[in-house]
Design a protein around this ligand. Structure first.
Ligand code: IDP
Length: 152
């Protein structure tokens, strides 16, 4: 399994407004994943329509987009073995009420439309989302000194 797999994780406007960014970053750092991109961004409708292309036209879409534009989003890219799947586990199920404590959404969320964070659901969508939210030069390739203590 590749140590260079990447995923896109975003703290949504509710998570930023509630001051949860450092706690969410810590979940990924503590697990051993490597941060390779990070920025605070005010998303526009065009970016969100591309990001959520599969949801365009659904009844909840307009409200969801206006919520996602209501404040800054912390966009991040993480790298490591199995990070896409493990990232979804760290986030928890889409509906916060379906989660036991221990996941980000289970610890910090209640309503579906205020579920604090986004995470790519496959390697394919991770690659698509990373190139949508980040320019190539905004991603940093670096060697972590911790790697030998995290991977055998
Ligand atoms: P995901 O964020 O876990 O990948 P998706 O099904 O891709 O879940 O939905 C994108 C986001 O849209 C969800 O995180 C949630 O905040 C919101 N959402 C999904 N379904 C509904 C709904 O039926 N009503 C309101 N918001 C929804």
């Amino acid at each position: 399994m590749s140590h260079s797999e990447r995923t896109f994780i975003a703290v949504k406007p509710d998570g930023v407004q509630r001051g949860l960014t450092s706690k969410i970053l810590a979940r990924f750092e503590d697990r051993g994943y490597k941060l390779v991109g990070i920025k605070l961004i005010q998303a526009d409708e065009q970016l969100l329509s591309q990001h959520y292309a599969e949801h365009v036209g659904k009844p909840f879409f307009p409200k969801m987009v206006s919520f996602m534009m209501s404040g800054p989003i912390l966009a991040t890219v993480w790298e490591g073995k199995d990070v896409v799947k493990q990232g979804r586990v760290i986030l928890g199920a889409t509906n916060p009420l379906s989660n036991a404590p221990g996941t980000i959404r289970g610890d910090f969320g209640i309503d579906l439309g205020r579920n604090v964070c986004h995470g790519s659901d496959s390697v394919e969508s991770a690659n698509r989302e990373i190139s949508l939210w980040f320019k190539k030069e905004e991603l940093v390739q670096w060697e972590s000194n911790q790697a030998k203590w995290i991977y055998e």
